[in-house]
Structure formats: structure tokens, C-alpha cells
Write a protein that binds this ligand. Structure first.
Ligand code: SAM
Length: 282
């Protein structure tokens, strides 16, 4: 991420793509884990980047946070115990807590500074942090999952940075094995899995690793996300038990959301042909 006069630009060599917003830098710090920057943009409100990658903006974060939580929670028969790995901006936690059936939601974020800066610049995402069902734990999600009580979690949401640096180990068989152990028999995992257009090979590798670890079924959901590469993002779902994906859409329209409803729920699971083809052989 570079500040070029009044343009905040994320240029990615690996994909040959760039995204820019007009704005100015307000804050920059190097934590033990990563470099966090905060910008004030002209049209997208505040923007947080980590190691130069766009993470969250005031204007469009609802797309990602709603679609990383509601489709999965409404596809599980009774999501009482939810664990979010990463997600330090607290936006996913906020959406999870909108479900009355959730009895406990634990956010496991490695970098406390992400949460503290979000409290300052994205207070609307943190306004449910005091909910008695919420726990904010600061530590490595890989170690946390290793130590988790077996068979204790209904839904694991992996809301992490890209598979480099501290998040690298969240994208492999070893971590998935620990997730399977920690999930209840009908448990489900959903993980942010980058762009269907730009990162299809990564998505295939993730689904293959999930299956190798013992998840019996995987599927993909997709949704728009303006500030991420290609503007199109995905979540990968993995099931511990065959056929356990349900559609509890009766309450989908009752949630207080901006993008998610019963139609966008179904649309998110409707896969484009090239994605279907890529995942068919896994
Ligand atoms: N929505 C974003 C995206 O898809 O690019 C992710 C946003 S969220 C801020 C990602 C968080 O994952 C970061 O705050 C980062 O510190 C956290 N993270 C990365 N590796 C982690 C790990 N091993 N354990 C827990 N949190 C981790």
C-alpha cells in the first residue's frame, strides 16, 4: 500500500492487479505480527490495511462480514457455540451475535492492536463486544485450536488475513485436523478463501486439504467485496458429517442486515460453471 499524493493504492504483483481509493494516511504502526495502516478516504470512509493489503472499509465491510457469518450459521441446524479465528476488527463477531440461538461467540485474534484500532476507527463494528455471550481472546488461532476441547464447537469461522505470515498455518491440513477434533459431530467450518476469479488454485488446494484432513463435504459461497482483489470474494465451507448442511431461511429476512437475505443466501451458494468444474474432481 503506498500513499501517492491523494491516492491510496494496493498493487499486487502476483495477480497484476491494483485497487485505489482517494484518501490520506492517518496512522501507521508495526506490531510484532504485521504493519497496520489506517486511511481516511474520500468515498469509503476509514480504511484499514495490514501489510499493504486492504482489510476493512467503513463503506463496504458489511458485504464481507454478513456473508462470512449468516450463510454458514443459517446452514447449521443449531449454532450455539461459535469460534472466530482472526476477525480482529470485530465485524464478524457483531454479525454472529445477531443470531439468538448463539450462546457463546469467541474471537481468537493474534494481534490485539487490530481490535484496539478498530475500536477507534470502526466503533460501529465493536458495539457488541460487551455482549455477555462474547469473549475476545488475544492469541494465535493455530495454538488455540490445538488446545480446544474436543467436540465443543458448532461453527468455526476463519476470518484471517491472506495465507502468508501469521495466517499461513490456518490454510493447511494440520490446522484442519485440529478444527475437526474441536467441532461437534455435525460441526461446520467456514473460511475466507480469496477471489474465485484470481485464486481458484488456492481454493482447490484448500478444499483438497480439508478433505484430506477428514471433512466429508466441502462447498463454496461467493459474494461481492469491492475493496478486495477483483471485487469478488469467497468463503469455503467444510462439513464434519455428510448431509449436515441445512437451509434455515425462515429467519433470514428477520436479521438486521444490509446485504444478506434469503435470496442472497441462495445466490451465494449458486456456483458459476468454471468453479463447479474446478471443484468437481476434489
Ligand atoms: N476480511 C479480511 C480479509 O479477508 O482480508 C480479514 C480481516 S481480519 C482483520 C484478519 C485478521 O486475522 C487480522 O487481524 C490478523 O491479525 C488475524 N490473524 C492472522 N493470522 C492469525 C492467527 N494465526 N491467529 C489469529 N488471528 C490471526
Amino acid at each position: 500500500m503506498s500513499l501517492d499524493q491523494t491516492w491510496v493504492t494496493e498493487a499486487i504483483d502476483a495477480t497484476g492487479t491494483a485497487f485505489a481509493l482517494k484518501g490520506k494516511k492517518l496512522h501507521e504502526e508495526q506490531t510484532p505480527y504485521q504493519k497496520i495502516e489506517i486511511f481516511e478516504t474520500e468515498t469509503f470512509g476509514y480504511l484499514m490495511t495490514i501489510d499493504g493489503c486492504t482489510m476493512v472499509s467503513t463503506r463496504d465491510n458489511f458485504l464481507y462480514h454478513e456473508m462470512m457469518s449468516h450463510p454458514a450459521l443459517n446452514s447449521h441446524p443449531n449454532p450455539e457455540t461459535v469460534v472466530i479465528v482472526g476477525g480482529g476488527d470485530c465485524g464478524t463477531l457483531r454479525e454472529v451475535l445477531k443470531h439468538s440461538e448463539v450462546k457463546s461467540a469467541t474471537q481468537v485474534e493474534i494481534d490485539e492492536r487490530v481490535t484496539r484500532l478498530s475500536e477507534q476507527y470502526f466503533p460501529e463494528l465493536c458495539d457488541k463486544n460487551g455482549d455477555p455471550r462474547a469473549t475476545l481472546f488475544f492469541g494465535d488461532g493455530i495454538q488455540w485450536m490445538k488446545d480446544a476441547a474436543p467436540g465443543s464447537i458448532d461453527v468455526i469461522i476463519i476470518d484471517s488475513t491472506d495465507p502468508v505470515g501469521p495466517a499461513e498455518g490456518l490454510f493447511g491440513k494440520k490446522f484442519y485436523l485440529d478444527c475437526i477434533k474441536a467441532l461437534k459431530p455435525n460441526g461446520m467450518l467456514v473460511q475466507q478463501s480469496e477471489s474465485p476469479l484470481l485464486h481458484l488454485e488456492l481454493i482447490k488446494e484448500m478444499h483438497a486439504a480439508m478433505k484430506e484432513a477428514g471433512f466429508v463435504e466441502t462447498t463454496l459461497l461467493h459474494f461481492p467485496q469491492v475493496i478486495y482483489p477483483s471485487g469478488w470474494w469467497s468463503g469455503s465451507i467444510a462439513l464434519k458429517q455428510k448431509g449436515s448442511l441445512v437451509s434455515r431461511l425462515d429467519q433470514a429476512d428477520a436479521l438486521d442486515t444490509q446485504f444478506y437475505n434469503r435470496e442472497t443466501h441462495s445466490a451465494a451458494f449458486a456456483l458459476p460453471s468454471f468453479v463447479k468444474k474446478a471443484l468437481a474432481s476434489i
